[in-house]
Design a protein around this ligand. Sequence first.
Ligand SMILES: Nc1ncnc2c1ncn2[C@@H]1O[C@H](COP(=O)(O)OP(=O)(O)O)[C@@H](O)[C@H]1O
Ligand SMILES: [Mg+2]
Length: 286
Amino acid sequence: MSGGVNGAVDADRGRAQRARGAGDVAGGTVTDVLPDAVTSGVPGAAANVAGPVLLDVRELRAGYGRVEVLRGVSLEVRAGEIVALLGSNGAGKSTLNNAVCGVVPPTGGRVRFDGRDLTRASSRDIVCAGLIQVPEGRRIFPNLTVLENLELGSYARGRPRRAANLERVFATFPRLKERVAQKAGTMSGGEQQMLAIGRGLMAEPRLLILDEPSLGLSPLLVEEMFALIGRLHADGLSVLLVEQNVGQSLDIADRAYVLENGSLRFEGSPAALLASSELKRAYLGL
Ligand SMILES: Nc1ncnc2c1ncn2[C@@H]1O[C@H](COP(=O)(O)OP(=O)(O)O)[C@@H](O)[C@H]1O
Ligand SMILES: [Mg+2]
């Protein structure tokens, strides 16, 4: 696999040294959707050395109308990390994601990215800074082709290297290359999720926020989606993984947060979270 999904990722990888190659073994499940180079990865096998803080969220508050959803949430993601944000349906995970990305205006607290204050910045400025989200529900443009959807990913950022980034996305998702001219809305759910991630990669993310990438996929595709995320991470991408799928998220995460009713209930290592039967029962349904 080529080094990193883009130059910015390569730079972050330089700072956050990690062991690679552990997943380069044959024998992964191969389906008709994801390449075996991706599915054969061993998520979480890389030695993770976190770099400087990329995303720094402090006491963030946000809501809808008079209803406050986020009640002062603080979290951080360092360069080279994959951080899981867990919590049940309605906990406020997507609201947090959208408040960070400029979709829902924060009512309090602050968001810093790579040392810059982006609280209440426009979505476009946030994208230009390299903070890229793949929203829940994919949000691809169904009437545009696969290629058009991917090209839109580099509308605000990454345009000078669009052709090279497109080749990298196609190397990661050969299925997308086979379907460049297909209307995105006619693709399967798994393919649409790949397109949504590919579109995010076109913007040269310094941090990629994935909001429930496994939602609505078959169990086999869920496995492969997590393997893919593990592989992108092993390739140097920093990821905030928002998920209800606790077990598989903790398998690939360096650190985890648990959100419940708009407040954090846990912050720490996956091992520490899994060691607490109380936390697992109360917040994770395990
Ligand atoms: N656009 C919206 N307008 C009003 N309330 C919303 C909106 N989006 C989410 N909510 C409410 O905010 C709370 C948190 O939702 P959400 O952030 O989507 O949770 P999660 O992503 O963890 O499932 C829920 O009570 C939900 O009903
Ligand atoms: Mg959500």
